[in-house]
Design a protein around this ligand. Structure first.
Ligand code: ATP
Ligand code: MG
Length: 407
């Protein structure tokens, strides 16, 4: 029944060169994610048609759902240009859409062939009349219809389409530049990474792994989550930086009072992340922090922790409710992986009473108790960077990516 898919771009308030870059990137993403040479792209001003050439539209839609920057799309049915053919096409389409339900609707018409004998308002009336006569449950509502049936007459054929399927929205990934995502094995940070990509930010990921203090499975989880996220990335690839954090972790347990352990651990993470970001041309850091979730995410903690960094930090989830985060996590197929019960460096040795309102001078004083600069430099030096893609599963034990063995 369907011949093509009409694709609508996202934010077209953009102008000039930005708009061109935007559209070119979306089109490239569409080609890559749909990944079917038989499906042809047909450009038409601010819209795009994907001509199916007999291919399964469900598969094409699955690809489109991974393209950031698309606001919506519609399945389009093609017919001859005579009114009878248009009537029949419109009727079939609306019947299959409403399936006997009582539904309000309206018809809209467009005529890109200005020589076509029936003008748009007249076409609208005729089609609406025909559809109403041949169905039982439709009610016209031109102001707020549940269903809009659009008829478009072009030079070569006529098209009819109904529903709008919502796309990812946002901006094409990469258009905003690159950021470094602090990725733990939890629920939040993969969601933060997804939202960043959806907003046009290409990501690299950084993980602080403390094997053998923590299990090797917790590091594998991070690779698995990066694979899941790569579905949305340009060329389905994300660079992942594995930072050996165990020595720093141990030093913190030795030198830092328990209540400041997390505060200072996070200051160390930010220092390393900033340096890896700079080395890799990442303009911002991204993470899964959400205000109030845990002790290290109170506003006072955030202030004391981020005091060590100069690079901008984006926290896509800072005001999100956990339930909303979980919903997105499920939608992007990360949830099941995220809840696998392996401890990471923030869950091993959780202090009994972490400082929720740490003081900067205290943090600085405790840090002066050991030479952390050398440890930081060593961790950056020994960081292993890999390209992760969902197209090829990576087993952590094979690449010697982590220092430690399973305890
Ligand atoms: P998540 O569910 O993402 O693990 P969380 O609620 O458990 O988050 P924290 O453990 O306090 O919160 O971490 C807050 C953020 O810090 C994480 O979302 C992540 O961005 C970053 N982070 C924490 N641990 C690590 C790690 N080992 N490597 C990289 N980033 C980390
Ligand atoms: Mg965590």
């Amino acid at each position: 029944m369907y011949d093509r898919i009409l694709v609508r771009y996202g934010d077209l308030t953009l102008k000039g060169k930005n708009k061109r870059v935007f559209i070119e990137r979306v089109n490239n993403l569409i080609k890559e994610k749909v990944n079917n040479p038989k499906v042809k792209i047909e450009k038409n001003h601010d819209r795009l048609y994907l001509v199916l050439n007999g291919e399964d539209y469900n598969e094409v839609i699955e690809g489109l759902n991974k393209v950031s920057g698309l606001s919506s799309y519609s399945l389009v049915s093609k017919s001859e240009r005579d009114v009878e053919s248009i009537f029949e096409n419109a009727l079939n389409l609306i019947k299959s859409e409403i399936k006997g339900r009582k539904v309000t609707f309206k018809v809209e018409s467009k005529r890109s062939d200005k020589n076509y004998p029936i003008k748009s308002p007249e076409m609208t009336q005729k089609v609406a009349g025909y559809v109403l006569k041949n169905t039982d449950n439709l009610i016209v509502d031109v102001h707020n219809p549940e269903v809009t049936l659009t008829v478009e007459v072009r030079l070569d054929a006529a098209f009819v389409y109904i529903s709008k399927i919502k796309g990812m929205g946002g901006f094409p990934v990469g258009v905003a530049g690159k950021g470094l995502l602090m990725l733990s094995g939890g629920i939040d940070s993969p969601v933060a990474g997804f939202l960043a990509m959806k907003q046009g930010i290409q990501i690299e990921a950084i993980h602080f792994e403390s094997t053998p203090l923590t299990s090797i499975e917790s590091a594998q989880k991070v690779i698995d989550l990066t694979e899941k996220l790569s579905v949305f990335a340009p060329n389905s690839k994300i660079k992942l930086h594995m930072v050996p954090f165990q020595k720093i972790h141990t030093a913190l347990l030795d030198y830092i009072p328990e209540s400041y352990n997390i505060t200072i651990m996070r200051r160390m993470m930010y220092r390393i992340a900033e340096s890896i970001a700079n080395e890799n041309n990442c303009l911002v850091l991204l993470n899964g922090e959400s205000v109030g979730q845990v002790a290290s995410q109170t506003l006072q903690s955030m202030k004391v922790i981020t005091e060590v960094s100069r690079i901008p930090i984006i926290r896509p989830l800072s005001t999100y409710d956990k339930l909303d985060i979980i919903k997105i996590s499920k939608n992007i197929d990360c949830f099941k992986t995220s809840i696998k019960p392996f401890e990471d460096c923030c869950t091993v040795y959780v202090p009994k009473k972490p400082a929720t309102a740490p003081r900067l001078h205290r943090a600085v004083e405790y840090e002066s108790k050991f030479d952390f600069n050398e440890l930081l430099a060593e961790a950056v030096e020994d960081t292993k960077s890999i390209i992760v893609t969902h197209k090829e599963h990576l087993d952590i034990t094979m690449k010697g990516l982590v220092v430690g063995e399973v305890l």
